[in-house]
Design a protein around this ligand. Structure first.
Ligand code: ATP
Ligand code: MG
Length: 267
């Protein structure tokens, strides 16, 4: 039986995916004994800054170099390409005290990445098997659903703000996931920075559309300040409203109790 848990954080652009991923990973790392891999799956790569880590190389860069070497024949045909790529990806993995981090980044240049991508998918699947919990900070687009990047996801978190577009994106994500037959254990919505006069309407809208609201994160001046100052959201004080809200959400999702976590891990 599977003994790991994959959580993906999705939603429209700018709604707070990276902020939520950063806070959630800190809470999981600090409050559970589980090994955690945090993946920045967004090519724009905002997560390293949100966490305050330096990325030596992204998986995309490594894949691009590999493709170039295959194209200009600098790699002998006999070379075990999967082993080489795997070794390089392990070098891109940042090992922290509390969790590990991997930035996907983007591949450079045109041409066919099919071969490299196929190896990459295998390596990443193997890599996530080494962790009890993997958390993916996804890109704003919806293509990853059609590409079924999320096929192994157990908990899909959709972040929305108070914009109509964010709400509609949540509905599209849910429908798309159904269309491509991705079967999540949990599909939940987090409302971020929903103004007080819209809290009821948003809750009702989600309920009418059979979307489960895991909780709301209030607008938090300290989050905005850290971001502006270029400081990691990781540094947010424990007693700040956004931190407390994400902690409550983690609890509601069953991530902080050993009993519910064991169930989620499939043990
Ligand atoms: N609860 C909050 N209180 C105050 N500021 C917030 C809050 N949530 C997010 N922000 C700010 O909003 C901006 C966008 O947040 P974030 O980067 O988390 O969104 P995102 O969904 O990851 O964006 P993208 O689609 O570009 O990856 C950032 O400047 C962040 O600091
Ligand atoms: Mg982001």
């Amino acid at each position: 039986m599977k003994e790991r848990l994959v959580i993906s954080v999705s939603g429209k652009g700018g709604v707070g995916k990276t902020t939520t991923s950063g806070l959630l990973s800190r809470i999981i790392a600090e409050q559970t004994q589980r090994s955690l891999l945090l993946v920045d799956a967004d090519p724009v790569m905002n997560l390293p800054r949100a966490l305050g880590v330096d990325v030596p190389a992204s998986v995309g860069e490594i894949a691009s170099q590999m493709r170039k070497k295959i194209d200009d024949g600098t790699l002998p045909a006999s070379a075990a390409k999967q082993d080489i790529l795997e070794g390089e990806i392990f070098e891109a993995l940042i090992e922290g005290d509390r969790f590990d981090f991997l930035a996907m980044g983007r591949t450079e240049g045109e041409g066919c990445y099919c071969y490299v991508n196929r190896i990459l998918t295998q390596i990443l699947d193997t890599l996530t098997m080494n962790y009890e919990i993997t958390l993916l900070d996804m890109t704003a687009g919806l293509e990853h659903f059609s590409r079924r990047t999320d096929r192994n996801v157990d908990i899909l978190i959709i972040v929305i703000d108070s914009s109509r577009a964010a709400f509609e994106a949540a509905l599209r994500i849910r429908d798309l996931a159904k269309e491509v037959h991705i079967d999540f254990k949990k599909l939940v919505v987090i409302g971020n920075r929903i103004p007080a006069n819209l809290v009821d309407a948003v809750s009702q809208g989600l309920e009418e559309n059979d979307l489960f609201l895991a909780g709301m994160i209030p607008n938090d001046d300290e989050v905005a300040k850290l971001n502006y100052m270029g400081k990691p959201v990781f540094d947010l004080p424990d007693d700040s409203p956004a931190f407390q809200a994400v902690e409550g959400i983690a609890e509601k999702l069953g991530l902080l109790s050993e009993v519910t976590l064991l169930k989620l891990l499939g043990q």
